[in-house]
Design a protein around this ligand. Structure first.
Ligand code: URP
Ligand code: ZN
Ligand code: ZN
Ligand code: ZN
Length: 461
């Protein structure tokens, strides 16, 4: 299998140049001017297009038992939607309930992906509780290449971790050199505020945000940072949504805490008025942390621009309209989550680069390169260089379109971004040298995806 990509403009986190790319087998074999096509090579003309390294989404939910139901995607639907949108690798999280065996969860989650994903994938190890078996399992799975943990400070009585278990998890992570990702909201405050609002008869989706206000996330972020400081572990705050939480994370970083920051595409573009729409229209936009007051968006974009926010992910989590109706009359029962796996790259390109002044380099860095570095995938992923995997996105900045559930490939019946314009889309996407997408359609091997074994990171990428 040989591919020659001609006349494109190669964009990486720190370089921009016109060159041809020769792909042999699964990797990039040569980069140069006027390369000639070996016999039998497919030649792709990338004139007028950008060539980006495949994008990486480090925060997606595919199999997720949550609030008495399951997120809708399978690895077949999620991976093909991801690829159509330019994402060539994702990291899912094992989410055992507190009393479930971590090794059972590993077999369940990895079994669901194996042979069913069109793109490469890996897993964060969800640590929801600590018992006699936990440490041994974590050591074994880390040795097998799953070099990141995931903890929830939120979701009391479900995924939420107690402080004693958090301390042990971080102490082990420090020893093993793995990064710990964390959902940072104070679980007790959420539970108390939910109960108070419901007692006052405040039951609609517009009360989801007031039940977990910005301060509750800032407290969770500061709490996590303090635990990182006491253990010396490397942390990664997921889906940071507002300026107060951002300040908590940056204050910690300023005093030397090793903390990375992720924000997700819904928080850059959607505000709490979406969740204030009546009934199920509001419920479609319920996620945690909640969509915030619009004033936070400028703070997030500015921090992304400066590189203070390291990465942009999705927190892709599709529940359909019927599932969202489980919360009719009680907002605490609305399954949390918004699907975005197909749309992240196009939205970040459109509202960041095309309309917002984000540089192409920071765009690539936040959605691919820095993510690869933090999670032990670099330079196999996240880079355009000889020897790197040929996961490539040939991007057409002249394309104009709109996001709609009607044209989406995610297994869901609504889009949180219905009607949003996009100023570009991938025209060709490759997975380790094989063409997977052409002009919005999946044309690849539905079982090409491989489980990625990662290396411990241990330091700022
Ligand atoms: O609302 C969200 N984010 N749902 C998925 C679970 C999580 O918190 O990441
Ligand atoms: Zn979360
Ligand atoms: Zn999540
Ligand atoms: Zn790093």
């Amino acid at each position: 299998m040989t591919l020659l990509i001609k006349n494109g403009e190669i964009i990486t986190a720190d370089q921009r140049y016109k060159a041809d790319l020769l792909v042999e087998g699964e990797t990039i074999a040569q980069i140069g001017e006027n390369l000639s096509a070996p016999d039998g090579a497919e030649v792709i003309d990338a004139s007028g297009k950008y060539v980006f390294p495949g994008f990486i989404d480090p925060h997606v939910h595919v199999h997720l038992p949550f609030m008495g139901t399951f997120a809708k995607d399978t690895h077949a639907t999620a991976s093909q939607a991801a690829l159509i949108g330019g994402t060539t690798t994702y990291i899912e999280m094992l989410a055992p309930a507190g009393n479930e065996d971590l090794m059972d969860a590993w077999h369940l989650w990895s079994g669901m992906a194996e042979g069913h994903s069109a793109c490469d994938y890996s897993f964060h190890l969800g640590v929801t509780a600590w018992n006699d078996a936990t440490e041994g399992y974590l050591r074994e799975l880390v040795a097998g290449g799953m070099t990141s943990f995931k903890v929830f400070l939120a979701y009391k009585g479900a995924f939420g971790i107690e402080d004693a278990a958090l301390f042990r998890t971080l102490t082990l992570a420090k020893e093993l050199g793995v990064v710990v990702t964390a959902h940072c909201e104070n679980a007790e405050l959420v539970a108390q505020l939910q109960a108070r609002l419901l007692a006052e008869g405040k039951t609609g989706p517009e009360w989801h945000e007031p039940s977990r206000p910005e301060q509750v996330e800032a407290e969770g972020t500061a709490h996590f940072a303090t635990f990182l400081e006491m253990t010396g572990a490397e942390g990664y705050v997921v889906h940071l949504s507002n300026a107060k939480a951002l300040k908590a994370a940056l204050d910690a970083r300023a005093r030397g805490v090793n903390i990375h920051i992720e924000s997700v595409i819904p928080h850059f573009l959607l505000d709490k008025t979406f969740a204030e729409r009546p009934g199920v229209e509001g419920a479609k936009h319920v996620m945690s942390p909640p969509l915030r007051d619009r004033s936070n968006q400028a703070a997030l974009w500015a921090a992304l621009d400066r590189g203070e926010i390291d990465t942009v992910a999705t927190d892709h989590c599709p529940f359909d309209v019927e599932q969202k109706r489980m919360g009719d009359g009680n907002f605490t029962r609305i399954p949390n989550g918004i699907p975005a796996i197909e749309d992240r790259v196009n939205l970040l390109y459109t509202y960041g680069v095309s309309r917002g002044g984000l540089t192409l380099h920071r765009f690539v860095d936040a959605a691919s390169t820095r993510t690869a570095k933090i999670f032990g995938l670099y330079p196999k992923k996240g880079e355009i260089a000889v020897g790197s995997d040929a996961d490539l996105v040939i991007y057409d900045p002249a394309y104009r379109g709109k996001i709609s559930a009607a044209t989406s490939h995610v297994n869901n019946d609504y889009s949180g971004f219905e009607g949003f314009d996009i100023d570009g889309r991938p025209s060709v996407v490759t997975v380790r040298g094989q063409v997977a997408v052409r002009d919005g359609g999946f044309v690849g091997d539905p079982a090409r995806g491989q489980l990625l074994r990662r290396t411990p990171h241990g330091g700022h990428g």
